[in-house]
Design a protein around this ligand. Structure first.
Ligand SMILES: [Zn+2]
Ligand SMILES: [Zn+2]
Length: 194
């Protein structure tokens, strides 16, 4: 005997898709029918499947407060609250070097080892315990609605106070040497295990 074939009513089908996130195949198992039946039922009710429905909810454009312009959504980073940041990527990236310079100026402008001064290769090295990378804090500051170019936010100041400026080469060398020391120590420890 054939199994009884069912079709979900519209409100239940909507629930399976939009609240439970099920696709046609998964829904068809609940109702013991083929996924084509679910697909046809969906089309009759004008319902999108889960994937298409989710995509239809996403905005295609967003407003950049910095440029005072509506731009394609690719220019914006999603936030955890299903919203998007208020400044587009290009606006933030364009401001980044200027504000990085202000942070570098605060610490002394040049590499602490070799005197390198070109901004592109200058990095923030944590001498004291690192809470967060300076580059992330700089980006956060740029995204803040309270941002002012000449004012370093407290959170960033606290972190900068733990840092020194090094150029990429000196920075790499320093971490390399530290790492090597650690490895040698570990090597000694494991070779001494009897
Ligand atoms: Zn470092
Ligand atoms: Zn250097």
């Amino acid at each position: 005997m054939n199994a009884v074939k069912n079709k979900p009513p519209k409100d239940l089908l909507t629930y399976h898709i939009q609240s439970e996130g099920l696709n046609d195949n998964e829904i068809s198992k609940i109702y013991n029918c083929s996924s084509q039946t679910i697909q046809r039922t969906r089309e009759k009710y004008n319902l999108l499947d889960f994937r298409k429905w989710r995509l239809s909810l996403l905005p295609t454009h967003w407003y950049c407060k910095g440029l005072n312009k509506v731009l394609p959504i690719e220019y914006f980073t999603p936030r955890s609250d299903s919203n998007y940041v208020q400044y587009c990527r290009v606006f933030i990236s364009q401001k980044y070097p200027k504000f990085k310079q202000i942070c570098l100026d605060y610490l002394g402008q040049i590499c602490n080892r070799c005197g390198e001064h070109r901004q592109a290769v200058l990095e923030f090295h944590h001498v004291d315990k690192k809470e967060q990378a300076i580059s992330i804090l700089i980006r956060n500051a740029l995204h803040s609605s309270a941002f002012e170019m000449n004012k370093i936010p407290d959170k960033l100041l606290i972190e900068l106070d733990k840092c020194e400026i090094l150029c990429s080469n000196c920075h790499k060398l320093l971490h390399y040497v530290e790492n090597q020391k650690r490895i040698n120590k570990e090597y000694e420890t494991i070779t001494n295990i009897t």
